[in-house]
Design a protein around this ligand. Structure first.
Ligand code: CMP
Length: 155
């Protein structure tokens, strides 16, 4: 399993409910590394492109309105198998069905207010990271506990 980077959005419900720190702490405690993070208010145009694959679905207008109404926190998370792992940690889209112990399972009740977006594949992650972050906003650094997180042949 390779070291990967994935893209996350802490959605307006996470920001306005004041639970971003708890969500980010889960990634840090797991041993994942935050390599980029910023707050932004996303425009409708940016969101329509980001969610283009949902265009035309009944929930699309609410999704764009909800996501553009308030600032969000954008991040890049790095670690072994980070794309799949972060998706697992988020739980399924419908927070009511998300397993306890997952972020959505523990912090949300709804499909449309489900706290977090995470890239669904390595290709999507690469595209989303490039779309939302300039190269100089992403940082390379070593965690000082790396030897306790990975064996030498795992990184
Ligand atoms: P996410 O998977 O991060 O990205 C697409 C979002 O669209 C999804 O989270 C939900 O917030 C929203 N979404 C997906 N399916 C539905 C649905 N059936 N009803 C309402 N919102 C949805």
């Amino acid at each position: 399993m390779a070291i990967e980077r994935t893209f996350i959005i802490l959605k307006p419900d996470a920001v306005n409910r004041g639970i971003c720190g708890e969500v980010i702490a889960r990634f840090e405690k797991k041993g994942l590394k935050i390599v980029a993070m910023k707050m932004a208010k996303l425009s409708e145009d940016v969101l329509k492109e980001h969610y283009a694959h949902h265009s035309g679905k009944p929930f699309f207008p609410d999704l764009i309105e909800f996501m553009s109404k308030s600032p969000v926190i954008l991040g890049v998370v790095e670690g072994r198998n980070a794309v799949g792992l972060v998706r697992q940690m988020c739980g399924v889209t419908d927070a009511n069905k998300a397993a306890p112990g997952t972020i959505r399972g523990d912090f949300a009740l709804s499909t449309s207010r489900n706290v977090i977006h995470a890239s669904d594949s390595t290709d999507t992650a690469k595209n989303e990271i490039e779309k939302f972050f300039r190269p100089d906003e992403i940082f390379d650094y070593e965690l000082n506990n790396k030897q306790y997180l990975y064996a030498a042949d795992e990184v």
